[in-house]
Design a protein around this ligand. Structure first.
Ligand SMILES: Nc1ncnc2c1ncn2[C@@H]1O[C@H](COP(=O)(O)OP(=O)(O)OP(=O)(O)O)[C@@H](O)[C@H]1O
Length: 230
């Protein structure tokens, strides 16, 4: 299990995460939802060790160190423009000390032109390349920041199915999305972050009220704003 306990993170005087706790169990998909600026990416960065200046506990409760058994899809992955897709995948494997392998199986699904340079890829193709680099590595846990963003309809459907199958064979997946349907169709539980605080954890059985709660809080906020304007 990956555990975040009492995570507190500030940038200077700006407190971005207040005492956040959540767990990612093997064989589950855990969705993280929240408004722009709520702290989702910061939370993922603290979990993965890209931010280190925080208080609280982040750890894998069993097995090797968290980063050894976890793959991260950053919100904006970096690509060397003059590496081909295939070279990028090989680079990712080598950087992890993993043996090189054939990518054809997974790429029959994603259909990337692996021998073209990354700077010839569209934004959606780059997203697929970053996902492919994770899929070929068989991680125990995946942390995915907006994995559906920028993918075409077919790739969105495919990714949902891939995530469900990985979950079913034991992978723990923590993902953020602004597309509520993508979360409720795949996730087993959802955590709502508001202003860096966990507002509530929802189990799958509670997803019906999740949409209504989000709508209510949105409406309350917007109506309050409207009252002050008109
Ligand atoms: N390196 C940084 N320095 C200072 N402030 C930062 C830094 N990174 C993030 N922040 C601030 O932390 C807050 C949370 O940002 P974060 O990117 O975690 O939000 P988010 O929930 O992922 O938003 P979005 O949905 O827009 O991606 C924001 O107010 C942001 O301005």
């Amino acid at each position: 299990m990956l555990e975040i306990r009492n995570l507190h993170k500030a940038f200077g005087a700006h407190v971005v995460l207040h005492d956040v706790s959540l767990t990612l169990r093997p064989g589950t998909i855990h969705g993280l939802v929240g408004a722009n600026g709520a702290g989702k990416t910061t939370l993922l960065h603290c979990l993965y060790g890209l931010e280190t200046d925080f208080s609280g506990v982040v750890r894998a409760t069993t097995g090797p160190a968290l980063r050894k058994q976890t793959g991260l899809l950053p919100y904006e992955p970096f690509f060397y423009p003059r590496l081909t897709g295939r070279e990028y995948l090989e680079f990712c494997l080598q950087a992890r000390g993993r043996p090189l392998r054939e990518f054809a199986g997974w790429n029959r699904l994603l259909e990337l032109p692996l021998d073209q340079y990354a700077d010839e890829y569209s934004a959606g193709m780059l997203k697929k390349l970053a996902l492919l680099a994770l899929l070929v590595q068989d991680f125990n846990y995946l942390i995915l920041d907006e994995p559906f963003n920028g993918l075409d309809l077919e790739a969105n459907l495919l990714l949902k199915e891939i995530l469900r199958r990985l979950r079913d064979r034991g992978t723990g997946i923590l993902l953020t999305s602004h597309i509520l349907g993508a979360l409720t169709e795949t996730a087993d539980e959802v955590t709502v972050l508001v202003g860096g605080l966990v507002q509530r954890h929802y189990s799958r059985a509670e997803f019906g009220s999740l949409e209504q709660d989000l709508l209510d809080s949105l409406h309350r906020e917007k109506l309050g704003l409207l009252d002050s304007l008109v």
